[in-house]
Design a protein around this ligand. Structure first.
Ligand code: XBP
Ligand code: MG
Length: 228
C-alpha cells in the first residue's frame, strides 16, 4: 500500500520528554505548596492516564480522603504552571530527539511524504519542543499538529488520529503512525492505522500486540522499504 503521510506521537516518540514532564510537575507542586512526590515508579503508573490534567485528577483519586480540595480552576492553574516549567526546561535545551528521528522526518519530506502530529500533550508544549529539538524550521515540517486541546477524548481514544486524517484529507490506509506506548498504539489502531512502535523509557515494559513493527528506535526504520 503506498504511503502518503507519516503521523507522529510526540512524548516518548519524537523525544524522551517524560522525565521533563515529571520534573515540571514537581516544580509546579512545590510552588503550590503541595507536598507530592511522583517518583519514577509512581509516574509509570500514572502515565497510564494520558494528559497532565487527567493525571493530576487520577492522583487526587489515589489520595482519596487525604486529597486536598482542588477546584477545577486550581487544577487548571496547577497544570498551566507545570506546562510553563516544561516549556522553560525544553527551551533551555534539556531535550534531544530520539535517534533517527530527524533523519526520518527529513527523508520523508524529501521523498514527498506529508507529516503530521497526533499527541495528547498541550499545544504550548509542542510549540516549545519542536524548535528546541528540530531548529527554527521544526514546526513547519509538520502540516498539521493535533494536540490535547483539539479532541474530546485523549488516547487511547482514536480522536487525535481521526482528526489528523481529516486535516490531511487522507484515509488511514495511506498513512503510517509512530508511537511509543500501548495507549498510543491503541489510539492509532482504533483509527485504522498501521503503527510502528519505538518503546521509550516509561513504556519498555508494555506489550504492543497489533503493531506493524516494534523497533528500538526509528534509526532502525527503513522508509524506502515501505514506499518503494
Ligand atoms: C503523553 C502524555 C502527555 C504528557 C503531558 O502521552 O500523556 O499528557 O505526559 O502533557 P502521548 P500535558 O505520548 O501518548 O501523547 O500535561 O500537556 O497534558
Ligand atoms: Mg507517547
Amino acid at each position: 500500500m503506498p504511503l502518503a503521510a507519516l503521523i507522529f506521537d510526540v512524548d516518548g516518540t519524537l523525544a524522551e520528554t517524560e522525565e521533563i514532564h515529571r520534573a515540571a510537575f514537581a516544580n509546579a507542586f512545590a510552588e503550590a505548596g503541595l507536598d507530592w512526590t511522583w517518583d519514577v515508579d509512581l509516574y509509570r503508573e500514572l502515565l497510564k492516564v494520558t494528559g497532565g490534567k487527567e493525571r493530576i485528577r487520577r492522583w487526587l483519586d489515589m489520595l482519596g480522603a487525604d486529597a486536598p480540595t482542588l477546584a477545577e480552576a486550581d487544577l487548571a492553574a496547577l497544570h498551566a504552571a507545570k506546562n510553563a516549567y516544561y516549556g522553560a526546561i525544553v527551551r533551555a535545551g534539556h531535550c534531544a530527539l530520539r535517534p533517527g528521528v530527524e533523519r526520518l522526518l527529513r527523508e520523508a519530506r524529501a521523498r514527498g511524504l506529508r507529516l503530521a502530529i497526533a499527541t495528547t500533550t498541550s499545544r504550548a508544549n509542542v510549540e516549545a519542543l519542536l524548535p528546541a529539538i528540530l531548529g527554527p524550521d521544526g514546526a513547519s515540517l509538520f502540516e498539521a499538529a493535533i494536540c490535547g486541546e483539539d479532541v474530546l477524548a485523549k488516547k487511547p481514544a482514536p480522536d487525535a488520529y481521526h482528526l489528523a486524517l481529516r486535516r490531511l484529507g487522507l484515509a488511514a490506509a495511506d498513512c503510517l503512525a509512530f508511537e511509543d506506548s500501548e495507549n498510543g498504539l491503541a489510539a492509532a489502531r482504533a483509527a485504522g492505522l498501521r503503527t510502528i512502535v519505538t518503546p521509550s523509557l516509561y513504556t519498555a515494559h508494555e506489550t504492543f500486540d497489533g503493531a506493524a513493527q516494534v523497533i528500538d528506535d526509528v534509526a532502525a526504520f527503513d522508509l524506502a522499504a515501505w514506499i518503494d
